[in-house]
Design a protein around this ligand. Structure first.
Ligand SMILES: NC(=O)c1ccc[n+]([C@@H]2O[C@H](COP(=O)([O-])OP(=O)(O)OC[C@H]3O[C@@H](n4cnc5c(N)ncnc54)[C@H](O)[C@@H]3O)[C@@H](O)[C@H]2O)c1
Length: 325
């Protein structure tokens, strides 16, 4: 990984735990598998703990890591990380995507409550009028009975539903891999995507970025979103036709809370920075700051299991990649 992440993922107490269970040199953070200074170390390596900035484990890496048995990724997706040569070898792969789902779900819950309260518009109004809300203007505003549509029963989507269940919201979900009974068990009603879009006050996107989800929200589907509704995207910009979304937002018809965009950051002249009905954040929903420790802990716990010979809890299988982030 990029060494800058090491102390954030593994503060001293976690480094101590790593040293207890593994012969590990925590001063050496490999960023280039071809670097001759690591040749002997890598030739003996059985487990890699990886993170952001790790080079892909490709064909060339396979030759310098002949004994590698497991990769414990202290971050989310491993799609780009593990090459065929390692999958073919039966490498055990674990990711911290589940641990990373919690802060995304937390961010989204906050976004939903603020959207339901019309908090961003209220802030704008307050800063110019210096007046409290006129009760006549708040009819229909609030969380009570608000219809929230979740797209994707992903790790984030499921964690979000857990956080939302205690609130007085009306929850629906769209996911081609879910049946109505499974949706009900998550506390939500299963709807086709078009119906969910047309009948939700707040829509939140949590599907993975896959070839078949590119522009899942195209111009037609964005047009189904009711006037005044809020669209929340913490997933990936590629799932949305951003020009079509920007057109809808510039018309003022709908609102958006966006943590991700097609290009990150968007070009400096992007309207997304300045539109009053857009709350744009720089990809902060996932783990940041002290939340990185949770990802490090996840790897240490998986290493404990690996060493004990018990099944890993967050193992990623090659066949999962077709439908996961
Ligand atoms: N903003 C951030 O910082 C941040 C952090 C973590 C994850 N993410 C993003 O959040 C999203 C969810 O991540 P995750 O790890 O929970 O995903 P995941 O891998 O758990 O999602 C897989 C699930 O998504 C569902 N799914 C697949 N195709 C779908 C479709 N066409 N429509 C609806 N649902 C579908 C299926 O239930 C599948 O099992 C991803 O786009 C990911 O990149 C963003």
């Amino acid at each position: 990984m990029d060494p800058v992440h090491l102390p954030r993922l593994f503060p001293p107490r976690l480094l101590d735990r790593l040293r207890e269970v593994a012969a590990i040199d925590t001063d050496r953070c490999v960023q280039d598998f071809a670097d001759p200074q690591y040749r002997a170390l890598l030739a003996d390596t059985e487990v890699l703990i990886t993170g952001w900035g790790c080079p892909p484990l490709d064909e060339a890496a396979a030759t310098v890591l002949p004994r590698l048995r497991a990769v414990l990724h202290a971050a989310g997706s491993v799609r780009w990380l593990i090459g065929d040569a390692f999958w073919d070898r039966g490498l055990i792969v674990s990711s911290a995507a589940q641990a990373n789902a919690l802060p995304v779900a937390e961010y989204t819950m906050a976004a939903i409550v603020f959207a339901a309260k019309d908090a961003f518009a209220a802030r704008e109004r307050y800063s110019t009028t210096h007046l409290h809300q006129d009760p006549d203007e708040t009819a229909g505003v609030g969380t009570y009975g608000r219809r929230v549509g979740v797209i994707g029963a992903s790790r984030v989507g499921r964690r979000l539903l857990e956080l939302l269940r205690p609130l007085d919201l009306e929850l629906s979900i769209s996911d081609p891999y879910l049946d109505p009974a499974q949706a009900a068990a998550l506390g939500a009603r299963l709807l086709e995507l078009d119906e969910l879009l047309a009948t939700s006050d707040i829509i939140t996107l949590h599907a993975p970025d896959l070839p078949e989800t590119r522009h899942l929200l195209d111009r037609r589907r964005l047009g189904l979103i009711p006037d005044g509704a809020t669209f929340v995207n913490t997933a990936r910009g590629a799932l949305v036709d951003e020009q079509a979304l920007t057109d809808e937002l510039e018309s003022g018809r709908i609102n958006a809370i966006l943590d991700v965009t097609t290009a990150e950051p968007p070009p400096p002249d992007s309207p997304l920075y300045r539109l009053p009905n857009v709350f744009l954040t720089p990809h902060i929903a996932g783990s940041l700051g002290n939340e990185l420790i949770r990802l490090g802990e996840n790897s240490v716990e998986e290493l404990d299991r690996y060493r004990a010979g018990t099944p890993l809890i967050h193992q990623v299988r090659r066949e999962d990649l077709a439908r996961t982030a």
